[in-house]
Structure formats: C-alpha cells, structure tokens
Design a protein around this ligand. Structure first.
Ligand code: APR
Length: 228
C-alpha cells in the first residue's frame, strides 16, 4: 500500500465547532495564549490553566467529527495512512482513523506535572486541582505548551520523509517545529494543501492548492485518490 501522510491543524476541526487559534485576533477563546499555554502560566496560576483546559475538554467531548475527518478514515481502504495532527482533540480517532500521531498531546488524557511520560485517561471532562499522579504531583492536561519539547517531532519527520502522497489541511504553519515537517516531504511526490485561506508560507514550492473548507475539499480529494 502507498504511504499517505496527512498533517492537520485546527482548521480541520473548525467545522466541528472547535475554534482555530489564529482566526480570532490572536486570542484563544478570549485568552492570551501566554496566560494559559505555557509552563510559566501553570506556575503562576494553575487553577486558571486547569479551568481553561477543562472547558476546552468539555467542548471537545461535545464536538463530533465532520466530513473531512470521516473522509480521511475512508482513505485507509486503499492507502497506508498516517495522520500527524497538531490538534489536541480526538476527532480523527472517533472518525475511525487508526494511525494518529498527536504532536501537541491530547486533551482527553492527563499528565503528571513533573514527568510528561506519565499520562492517564480522564473520567469525564474535568481534572480536579486535588488530583495527583503516582509521584504525588498535580495532574495537568496532556498537551504540549509553548516553550516545552515536542517529543514526537523526530518520528514525525521520519514518517514525512517516507510519504508517497502528502496532504496538509487547516494549518497556518505559524508554529514550529510542526511547521518545519513539510520540508521533510520529498518534493517530487504529490503534495496537497487544503485551506480556505492558504498561508503565505505555503505558496512557495509546488504545493497543489485546494482553496476550500475542509468539509468540501477533503472528501473531494479523497474520492479522487480512491479512484486513481
Ligand atoms: N477548513 C480548513 N481550514 C480552515 C478552516 C476550515 N473550515 N477554517 C480555518 N481554516 C484554516 C485557517 O485559514 C488557518 O490557516 O486553519 C488554519 C488555522 O490556523 P491556526 O489557528 O494557526 O491553527 P494551527 O496551525 O493548527 O496552530 C498550530 O499553534 O496554538 C498552537 O499548539 C497550537 O497546535 C496549535 C498550533
């Protein structure tokens, strides 16, 4: 089976009702990212950070996968598909995709605040301030904050370098190291970008541009790839 690699960002979940980061004046659900998504924020005001992610988790659990998530799952009929997502929601998995790598963690799990390798399932939408890991330290959301390492970036680069077909869906390519993954994709293979507002940085090179919302552009491209 041909290896097909998909890099997704917040745009693929926008039509499931989850807001993107950079379409709203640099605010994320009304917050400055530095106030809620950095290790410093957790040190200064852990209750605010916990509440912020609890609310995000509630929204994720209430959201449903959309036609773009389902179309990518259907691609597995004919391709060896790996999805590398920057998203912390679980909509790819719920749509049926079987190989999903979460570069920035997944909000449906908790993580030890002293050892990021200790992660746990969460019962419901809330992590309480009194909940601790097996080392006795508070639990936080299993997400990668600004200023933290992205442990999966090496394996993700390897996967990109072996792709025979590549798709980029709904990412502004503003955040590194994830945005750099595209440079590991061999330039001679078909490389598609689907976004209603194609980011400037992606106009260099030879990407095949599909200027559409994910729920329109992705199912159409998937049907074409399944027919090829
Ligand atoms: N379909 C497809 N793309 C869309 C849609 C849609 N319906 N609506 C918006 N988009 C596009 C926007 O045009 C933009 O290019 O999705 C992109 C969203 O960009 P960002 O909000 O910057 O999201 P992303 O690239 O995933 O952010 C990367 O930044 O805040 C951090 O860690 C966080 O993983 C996140 C990372």
């Amino acid at each position: 089976m041909k290896k097909l690699v998909v890099l997704t960002g917040a745009g693929i979940s926008a039509e499931s009702g989850l807001k993107t980061f950079r379409d709203s004046d640099g605010l994320w659900e009304g917050y400055n990212i530095e106030d809620v998504a950095t290790p410093q924020a957790w040190q200064c005001n852990p209750a605010l950070v916990q509440e912020f992610y609890n609310e995000r988790r509630k929204s994720v659990l209430e959201a449903q996968p959309n036609a773009a998530h389902y179309a990518l799952a259907k691609l597995e009929q004919k391709y060896d598909v790996t999805i590398i997502t920057q998203n912390i929601d679980d909509l790819h998995e719920r749509a049926g995709s079987t190989k999903v790598m979460h570069l920035h963690g997944i909000i449906t799990r908790s993580q030890s605040s002293v050892n990021p390798e200790l992660t746990y399932p969460i019962n419901g939408w809330e992590i309480g301030m009194d909940e601790v890991c097996e080392l006795g330290s508070p639990l936080r959301a299993h997400v990668v904050w600004f200023g933290e390492d992205v442990p999966m970036i090496g394996p993700a680069a390897q996967i990109c370098s072996k792709a025979a077909v590549f798709m980029l869906i709904g990412s502004s390519l503003a955040v590194y190291p994830a945005a750099g993954l595209i440079s590991y994709v061999r330039p001679e293979i078909p490389r598609y970008i689907i976004d209603p507002k194609i980011p400037d940085v992606a106009t260099r090179g030879t990407l095949i541009r599909i200027q559409e919302k994910a729920t329109i552009g992705v199912p159409a491209l998937v049907n074409k790839l399944l027919e090829d």
